[in-house]
Design a binder for this molecule. Sequence first.
Ligand SMILES: Cc1ncc(COP(=O)(O)O)c(C=O)c1O
Length: 388
Amino acid sequence: MKLADRMSRIGTESAFDVLARARALEAEGRDIVHLQIGEPDFDTPAHVTEAGIQALRDGYTHYVPALGIPALRDVIADYISKTRGISVGRQNVCVAPGGKPIMFWTIMALCQEGDEVIVPDPSYPIYESMARVVGAKVVPLPILEERNFTFAAEDLAARLTPRTKLVVLNSPANPTGGMLDKTDIEAVADVLRDHDCYILSDEIYSRILYSGEHYSVAAEPDLLDRTIILDGFSKTYAMTGWRLGYGIFPEDLMPHIDRLAVNSVSCTNAATQMAGIAALTGPQDCVERMVEEIERRRDYIVDGLNAIPGITCQKPLGAFYVFPNVTGLGLPSKVLADRILAEAGVALLSGTAFGGYGEGYLRLSYANSIPNIQKALDRIAALAKTLN
Ligand SMILES: Cc1ncc(COP(=O)(O)O)c(C=O)c1O
């Protein structure tokens, strides 16, 4: 079989590979704790599920416009305008089957060979994968533990060139839980304001933060007309399997994103979109309760990891991942992650699944129950003892 050259450049999301390996071990009768996957273990709020079911009964079983059902686009525009302190309307909103297609379409629409895309490292692997698929050069922006898993604006400035077409930001961040506060964003905006490039601001964890307030680069003067905000329902409303996300685009990009949506998915599931309206317009206490519970688990896992000799772990400020430093255990991250799965029965990810600067770290998702987290900690501690 002779595949297209671009297939040699496409990456993957290791969480799905590790999930498959963990399932294979389970099929052999092994008990595995799953801390690899990035999804809340909560149910979708009942009123949201009911709205989806009702929509199916009401006949939302047909094609709808590629950019989304107008009523949902209006609700999203309203929500983003209020939460980001900006003014956007339906004409800026593209609904998609998850947040992920927004990355794909943005990069397809804007980047090509000869362009450079600045991507945080470590970060969600799909930014790099898609940039490489379209032939662009990926320029890693180091995300450092000593900076509380953020980057210095000077480091960004040093990587900008006349070829920089797109800068990716992600706050709160996967895989580190790091967060750019208003002062950080202002410094980043000062650097980007003078440079003619687009910004993809992945804000999918904007509601999952434990202190402080989310602040979007789109709120900074002069940047709204070249910023794409990515957000969605997967994490905030525990709706990963529904597949519902969206992008906020500068209006002049919208016809092109529309064509990419038509070419790839035709439209997003109609009933799912009606559930999305219920999620954004209904009671929000379900989100608050979920975040409080996830925060309790964060504190639990951070304390537990720090109690294991050879591991140190910062307290993440948002999202639901910890990124412990495991250099004290003396193994490369990937080898360690594989051994923890094979020998201790805990599925987690090597920091290197998110970029070269992830060496020396593991990523664990703590959107799991305290008993499961405790079981994982006990198993990792037992394995770590044999390594010290
Ligand atoms: C940083 C980040 N952006 C986007 C996504 C994609 O989310 P969705 O499931 O809505 O496609 C994820 C999922 O893990 C993520 O971690």
